[in-house]
Design a protein around this ligand. Structure first.
Ligand SMILES: [Zn+2]
Length: 173
């Protein structure tokens, strides 16, 4: 009985650890691409403060012109597929409250495989964290980082069109 309980316990811990490491891999990969792109990003790209973006991604805190003052990034995992998690893999609650902005990772975020989508999701959501809710801005900035870091970017044509980004002033590489 004790042994069975221990086995069950270790399985639970194991799946939690897997989800955790998938998230860590996504952050590590997003950070690596951002660092690779950094020399060509300038101080501002598509209206995104590049220093704030890098700090938010790597340090989970940043000085914000957008929100004012020091902001921390709280990454939280939501286990229920309800509310915004019914529609998204991840989302950012805006504006920040009491100096913190919440990046919520939904169950869909932890879908097995999908490492590249997780990385792109982190690149994309971090734009919302530092610059606000504009989808076209977030997609353009994330694609720019991918392009600079790897020479190509994830095709997002359908999402781009669905959000009416053609006339937005933002552009894909
Ligand atoms: Zn978005």
């Amino acid at each position: 009985m004790i042994r069975l309980l221990l086995v069950a316990l270790s399985l639970c811990l194991c799946s939690a650890a897997l989800a955790q490491s998938a998230t860590e891999r996504a952050f590590d990969a997003a950070i690596a691409q951002t660092e690779a792109a950094l020399p060509q990003l300038g101080t501002e790209t598509f209206g995104v403060d590049v220093t704030a973006y890098r700090d938010a991604l790597s340090l989970r805190r940043f000085t914000s012109r957008q929100w004012g003052g020091e902001i921390t990034v709280a990454v939280v995992s939501e286990s229920r597929e309800s509310g915004s998690c019914a529609r998204y893999a991840a989302y950012v609650r805006l504006p920040p409250e009491r100096g913190a902005v919440r990046l919520v990772l939904c169950p869909q975020f932890s879908t097995p495989g999908a490492d590249d989508l997780r990385r792109l999701t982190i690149l994309h959501e971090m734009v919302h964290v530092v610059a606000g809710s504009n989808e076209c801005q977030a997609m353009a900035f994330a694609a720019r980082i991918e392009q600079l870091a790897t020479g190509s970017f994830t095709p997002v044509t359908r999402y781009w069109e669905a959000n009416g980004c053609a006339g937005s002033g933002y552009a894909l590489p």
